[in-house]
Design a protein around this ligand. Structure first.
Ligand SMILES: [Zn+2]
Length: 1027
């Protein structure tokens, strides 16, 4: 499971990296004129293929580099990389380097960590490894390191049978620093008992200073898993895996369950670490342009040369024995109070497929899976989604190559009791029919084209690692697995030679496959009560036979842990960048702005490998409030209903065969310079291969001019699925929703955001759908479309390669010519501030999400960078230690957005009321802990703020922030230099200015369980608590 460090680093994608040049060319003359002015000298391409003949390559097969034998060197043309595979002679450790010219460099080390039960031992160990090591004896190493680095990504994760530690950075000094810390952490962790109590589990007095108070059970991982499995989607997927592959690693839960985590003992961790974190059981990966030999030298000298080789067969997971007949499982989930209990079933079927190391088969099964379930032309969509008896597919429906044996699964959520049985019949009928009738050739071609396009677009560094980890873990051929073009070619050949190819695959893997699991999850209305009772019993069991001495130990450990957490740490021992090591700002990108057919257009020529990206922003600020609230639904359905020229099925095939799906979102954007006005817009994004750009514009034109909502049956399905998905979002990103809610209490623009995407939106939409006929909804959506798709409301951004600009502009101009011109009457609306208030929302989770927001200053204001630095300081020195470490929340932090709103928030929080109090006492804490704000902590906060400002972006997204938010590259530069220039005095002044007095405009919000309402009301007697 991912340790969700986004709460430390950043909650949002970085706000602004403005990439914008004003070209002198403001109005169009001739197309040729435009093209010649758009062309310019691009400096270093982002994705220069890096394919070198083995003879001339700097590393050679058979050579030994610092104790590593280079076994295999091969170019990977699909990704423009050279692959070097090495093995350490002493320990057998595998090392894989993907050599590229990318300045993003990635490093990862992973161990095979087979779970032996569901106590979550590998997961607790993952946490403990990051609590300090021999060279770096610092608690919460990970977090302490993040704030001393400009890493672009850092994470650790416990998979079903492996544990991985990985990071990326563009700065070589930083990269080496992080490498030193990671390697020492995994090979020489301290694994202290106190850290075990904090991270794993412990019994403790409710009031640790009162020996007569009740005994409770606590621990970071313990709480994390209660929260994690509080999410029905996750729990369903986990149990499906456990039942489908019961005999080996996957029959257990590597991350642990609430009731079994307390079976882990401290000594077990130490023993497990010794055995499983041995170099022979490790696989090390690096990617990028930094010198591989330096990495090898360091690893060999500091670590591997001190070990012998061991036999690691103990850690491999064998293939599952195939079943002779299908099996059934039934589990219980958390109820959702917003819908009838008899309509909340989840049902799914999972079928075991092939060995993950069979690369070509794996690839073909992935294609087959897409053919079977994705989009309106697929058989499962026709048989299960079209009849509209559920809330749509369950999350993770499809092909999952995440274990030794891969599997396919399809599931439905929000199914009525009476329809549960129907599911299996439908499943069998569907696969039987597909095995007889096969697939329409247009459908096959569309899916293959879509996958090829996706592959081209996803040649991103992190994905290469994720794509390879499971396969590597089971000794698969990771290098061949990246030769995607070969796999496509082989498949196309096979399809040509055998027209029944997929039918035979269905026969083999679906009709004749007895390894089939049908799993049902029914809601249990007593779920939470039973969970609490089980916890109480667990505590009693743990206390059974406890002597007076043991009780004394519990009391003592509580006090010791508190002292341990409070003890000052010497984090100075950790490596840290200096301000001189911080990289330069982003180079000024090559963007030209021009006006074509009256439409303001940004042409950004990025050296992108054969793909053109299109973004259209329609200003919709003039919509009435009722229409505006429906805009997100409009965005969700309008590209899925086809056009008057092509019904939705034809349209889907057409689209997939030529371009990426059209993605639409409603955007509310505050003016970044003064925050006095905002705009509402509809952002439409898509992309296509350069050769298909003409078709891309034609298809977009067809959609914008001829969209249709006449098929009300289809509309009903899309709406039902939309509502089901919305509910799931809250549980996944509860902290973001809490911030949306608290922000909504501060400005009218944020209020509208909450109505368009927050909990308020869900409430509104549920009611709206109940109270309005499908015909009325259809008419409303139609009328929205007729108001917004106009050239007069449009701005466009196109990212393409330089040599493609001429073609693109010709097609683009034709596209514009056909769009109507309906003048938008409202350009922007005024922002006003609201009176302070507090809201509590019930959600069906055992834990809470809290937020407090106040209005500070606009993004371009000179105080904004210092406030961002303060937010980072508060996160690391106040909120993280107090709300997470002491108060038991899984995450906490502070941030300021481009909307000028300053937020503090907590994530999966067991003590919401206490956290709100901590938020309120920020100034008090800042006063009494003035010593914490010193040069080093200021520098760390500045680095963290810079990480946000300089966040890497993909070629297709360059200029997006500028396009959407309307800020300039110069503002970015100014913002960045202001961050670097912030002094201690600046921060003190900011604290006095914004924190001394309670702000005039603030909002507080908790999303939490019903059971906590009374407690909260009690706590905030003087505030108007609205539930
Ligand atoms: Zn965890």
């Amino acid at each position: 499971m991912f340790r969700n460090l986004k709460y430390v680093k950043s909650l949002q994608r970085p706000l602004i990296r403005v990439l914008h040049i004003k070209s002198p060319l403001q109005s169009s003359s001739s197309l040729k004129g435009i093209v010649s002015s758009v062309k310019s000298n691009v400096e270093l391409p982002r994705e220069v293929p890096y394919i070198i003949d083995g003879q001339n390559y700097r590393y050679k097969e058979g050579s030994i580099y610092h104790g590593f034998l280079c076994e295999r060197i091969e170019p990977i043309a699909d990704f423009g990389l050279m692959s070097c595979t090495l093995r350490h002679l002493g320990t057998g450790t595998e090392f894989w380097h993907l050599d590229s010219r990318d300045i993003q460099n990635v490093f990862s080390i992973h161990f095979r960590t087979k779970p032996l039960d569901s106590s979550g031992l590998p997961h607790v160990l993952e946490h403990l490894v990051l609590c300090g090591s021999k060279n770096w004896p610092v608690r919460d190493l990970f977090f302490k390191m993040i704030i001393r680095s400009v890493a672009t990504f850092t994470n650790a994760m416990t998979g079903p049978d492996y544990t991985m530690y990985h990071f990326s950075s563009k700065n070589e000094i930083d990269f080496r620093n992080m490498q030193q810390v990671y390697l020492d952490a995994v090979f020489r962790p301290n694994l202290l008992f106190m850290d075990f109590l904090q991270e794993g589990w412990r019994l403790e007095h409710k009031n640790i200073h009162d020996q007569n108070s009740d005994i409770v059970i606590k621990g970071v991982v313990y709480n994390e898993m209660i929260g994690s499995f509080g999410d029905n989607s996750r729990f369903f997927k986990q149990k499906m895996l456990n039942y489908l592959l019961p005999n080996n690693s996957y029959g257990h839960i590597a991350t642990g369950t609430q009731l079994e985590i307390p079976n882990v003992e401290h000594e077990d961790l130490i023993k497990y670490h010794r055995k499983y974190y041995h170099p022979s059981n490790a696989r090390i990966f690096s990617y990028g342009s930094f010198d591989m030999k330096k990495t090898l030298e360091f690893i060999d000298k500091e670590y591997l040369s001190h070990y012998d080789r061991i036999d690691t067969s103990f850690s491999s997971t064998p293939s599952e024995d195939r079943w002779s007949k299908p099996r059934y499982a039934s589990i219980q989930g958390r109820p959702d109070s917003s819908i009838n209990l008899d309509h909340q079933n989840r049902v799914g079927i999972a079928m075991l497929m092939c060995d993950v190391t069979d690369i070509q088969e794996n690839f073909e099964l992935k294609v087959l899976s897409e053919l079977l379930f994705r989009g309106p032309n697929s058989p499962f969509h026709k048989s299960m989604i079209k009849p509209n008896f559920s809330g749509g597919y369950t999350k993770w429906t499809g092909y999952l190559p995440t274990c030794r044996d891969t599997y396919f699964n399809v599931g439905l959520q929000d199914v009525a009791d009476d329809d549960v049985e129907l599911f299996e019949v439908l499943f069998d009928d569907t696969v039987y029919k597909a095995s007889r009738e096969g697939f329409d050739s247009k459908h096959v071609e569309a899916i293959l084209s879509a996958l090829e396009l996706l592959r081209k677009q996803q040649s991103e560094y992190k994905r290469l690692l994720y794509k390879s980890t499971v396969l590597w873990n089971h000794d698969g051929d990771v290098v061949s697995n990246l030769r995607i073009s070969d796999m496509f070619e082989t498949l196309r050949d096979r399809l040509k030679n055998n027209p029944k190819y997929f039918e035979q695959k269905i026969e083999k893997y679906f009709i004749n496959n007895k390894h089939k699991l049908t799993i049902t999850m029914r809601p249990n209305e007593f779920h939470e009560i039973e969970r609490q009772q089980a916890e109480a019993k667990l505590i009693l069991r743990k206390l059974e036979g406890t002597s007076d001495q043991d009780f004394e130990k519990i009391y003592e450990n509580g006090l010791k842990l508190e002292a341990f957490q409070k003890a000052p740490q010497n984090i100075e021992v950790l490596p840290c960048l200096s301000i001189n090591d911080v990289q330069k700002p982003f180079p000024r990108p090559q963007i030209n702005e021009l006006t074509l057919r009256g439409v303001s257009t940004m042409i950004n020529h990025e050296p992108i490998a054969g793909i053109t990206y299109l973004k259209c922003m329609f200003n919709t600020t003039g919509l009435s409030l009722n229409d505006a609230i429906l805009l997100p639904l409009f965005c969700r359905v309008f590209s899925e209903m086809g056009s008057s020229n092509h019904d939705h099925r034809q349209f889907d095939n057409l689209l997939l065969s030529k371009m990426a799906r059209v993605e639409c979102t409603a955007k509310i954007v505050e003016n970044v310079t003064d925050c006095k006005t905002y705009r509402l817009g509809l952002l439409m994004k898509t992309y296509a291969l350069d050769k298909n750009v003409c078709d891309m514009f034609r298809i977009c034109e067809d959609l914008l001019l001829n969209f249709q909502f006449e098929d009300t049956e289809l509309l009903k399905i899309l709406i039902r699925n939309y509502i089901s998905k919305l509910k799931l979002e809250v549980k996944k990103t509860g902290d973001l929703h809490a911030m949306l809610c608290s922000s909504a209490l501060v400005t009218n623009a944020a209020q509208l955001k909450s109505l368009l995407s927050g909990v308020d939106h869900i409430h509104y939409m549920k009611k709206y759908v109940k109270e309005n006929s499908i015909e009325a909804i259809r008419d409303s959506l139609k009328s929205i479309g007729s108001k917004i798709f106009s050239r007069s409301n449009l701005r466009v951004a196109i990212n393409t390669s330089e040599n493609n600009v001429f073609n693109v502009l010709g097609d683009y101009e034709r596209f514009l010519t056909h769009l109507p011109t309906i003048k938008q009457t409202v350009d922007s609306k005024e922002i006003f501030l609201l009176e302070p208030s507090f809201r509590y929302y019930n959600i069906d989770m055992p834990i809470s999400f809290c937020a407090k927001t106040f209005f500070a200053v606009p993004y371009a204001h000179e105080d904004h960078p210092a406030l961002r630095v303060l937010a980072k300081f508060l996160t690391s020195k106040y909120l993280w230690p107090v709300v997470r470490e002491k108060n038991g929340a899984y995450g906490a932090g502070a941030r300021i957005g481009f909307d000028g709103l300053f937020n503090v928030h907590s994530y999966r929080d067991p003590n919401a009321a206490k956290t709100m109090d901590i938020f309120d006492k920020t100034y008090e804490w800042l006063q009494t802990h003035r010593d914490k704000l010193d040069e080093q902590s200021l520098f760390e906060a500045k680095l963290a703020a810079l990480q946000l400002v300089d966040w890497p972006i993909s070629a297709g997204e360059v200029g997006l922030d500028s396009f959407v938010l309307g800020a300039t590259y110069d503002i970015y530069l100014q913002y960045r230099s202001r961050v670097l220039a912030v002094t201690l005095d600046d921060v003190q002044n900011i604290i006095e200015k914004y924190y001394r007095n309670e702000p005039k405009h603030f909002g507080k919000c908790i999303l939490g369980p019903k059971s906590k309402v009374i407690e909260v009301k009690e706590m905030f007697k003087d505030v108007n608590v609205k539930v």
